[in-house]
Write a protein that binds this ligand. Structure first.
Ligand SMILES: C[S@@+](CC[C@H](N)C(=O)[O-])C[C@H]1O[C@@H](n2cnc3c(N)ncnc32)[C@H](O)[C@@H]1O
Length: 366
């Protein structure tokens, strides 16, 4: 079966590499990476992918110029191979640059076509829809329609450790990508001096400890009859066995805000990493660490409001002072503030454009 690991703009290549490391031959495309897999392999992708938003099963694709053609395309697909008689199948949709402008109509037509197909197969006129959920999506771009099922269920950034968001937290998938793109070698100390609710710290520790990001959550496909229960249980057991918190070296963080730190400590505990990550309340202007070849990895405030912009510029100068207090350290920073390098007083050796939600950012490495 064919799948797409959907990813945020700019992370497609990283997702492709993650799939390759799982032994899957994937091709990057806009919005993600496409790969062929068995259901068991697709479950493993859900369990292990750190930077993808979802793993979608491609039910079918085709050119559609009218609602009638959309109906015929959807009805021609073998929905009975996936959906049992009692399946719940909500249909979501999106349309871009298409003649079929009404998303609601596309959703309704897709639902009707699937129902008609299943009526014939199951020889019934009525479906209770009280069984497992199979989220269906119809996505129309130009003349092309793509029908997918969503084995992930909740988005993959929902690892299960975050219960309350705090102010401007990083999405877990982006935090995981920043750890991968940073020059951190897992055996060197890592410190986030603006750690907020702790996302970068937890994602770094997960990577170091071989902790599958999806280990403590469930996926929609775990209740699908077309996915092999035993193989999925085995994959979970294997992931459980691979998690080794003793591999985590010095990973820690600090923040000026005590409320963010309360959340941070709670998240660390909920991630099963209690006692493995050090956190303290500290203004980064007062921070001095005794650790050789340290990496500072951080997502500082960006100063999106004009009134905060100046404050941020002072903070970026203070970051330069922090770096100077730690000779031999390196710094990796993501920000949407385009004056970062000027305030920091140095050009980054490497830069990469990424999106934090809708904000265009740069990830700079010193
Ligand atoms: C964008 S948030 C970081 C969010 C974090 N990555 C997360 O996932 O929750 C920026 C953080 O920088 C902290 N901060 C701002 N000024 C600081 C300073 N002078 N010293 C230490 N932390 C500071 C704020 O309290 C805030 O938690």
């Amino acid at each position: 079966m064919e799948y797409i690991a959907a990813a945020a703009f700019g992370l497609e290549g990283i997702v492709r590499r993650e799939l390759n490391r799982l032994g899957l031959d994937a091709k990057g495309e806009q919005g993600g990476a496409r790969f062929e897999a068995t259901p068991a392999q697709a479950f493993e992708a859900n369990l292990w992918l750190r930077t993808a938003d979802r793993v979608l099963l491609v039910a079918g694709e085709g050119k559609v110029l009218s609602f009638e053609e959309l109906f015929q395309l959807v009805q021609s697909l073998p929905w009975e191979d996936y959906l049992p008689r009692n399946a719940r199948f909500p249909v979501s949709g999106k349309c871009a640059r298409s003649q079929l402008m009404s998303v609601r109509d596309c959703q309704a037509i897709t639902k009707k076509a699937i129902v008609e197909r299943l009526k014939r197969h199951y020889r019934t006129q009525w479906f209770e829809e009280d069984g497992p959920e199979f989220p269906v999506d119809v996505s129309i771009h130009g003349d092309m329609a793509r029908l997918t099922l969503d084995p992930s269920g909740a988005a993959l950034n929902r690892r299960g450790y975050r219960t309350w968001n705090g102010e401007a937290p990083l999405r877990e998938t982006l935090a995981a990508a920043l750890v991968m793109l940073s020059p951190w070698r897992g055996d060197q100390p890592l410190w986030d001096p603006c750690c907020g609710t702790g996302t970068l710290l937890i994602e770094a520790a997960f990577q170091r400890a071989h902790r599958a990001p999806g280990l403590s959550r469930s996926f929609a496909c775990e209740s699908w009859p077309c996915f092999p229960k035993k193989a999925m249980q085995e994959a979970r057991a294997e992931a459980e066995a691979r998690f080794d918190p003793s591999l985590i070296g010095m990973i820690g963080g600090s923040d000026i805000d005590p409320e963010a730190l309360t959340l941070c400590k709670r998240h660390i505990k909920q991630a099963g990493l209690g006692g493995r990550i050090t956190v303290e309340q500290k203004d980064l202007r007062d921070l001095t660490l005794d650790a050789p070849s340290l990496l500072f990895l951080l997502n500082p405030p960006y100063g999106e409001r004009l009134s905060d912009r100046k404050k941020c510029e002072y903070l970026y100068r203070d970051l330069r002072a922090l770096s100077d207090r730690h000779p031999g350290s390196r710094m990796a920073v993501i920000t949407a503030h385009n004056g970062f390098e000027r305030c920091y007083g140095k050009r980054a050796v490497q830069k990469r454009r990424l999106y934090n939600g809708r904000l265009e950012c740069e990830f700079m490495i010193y």
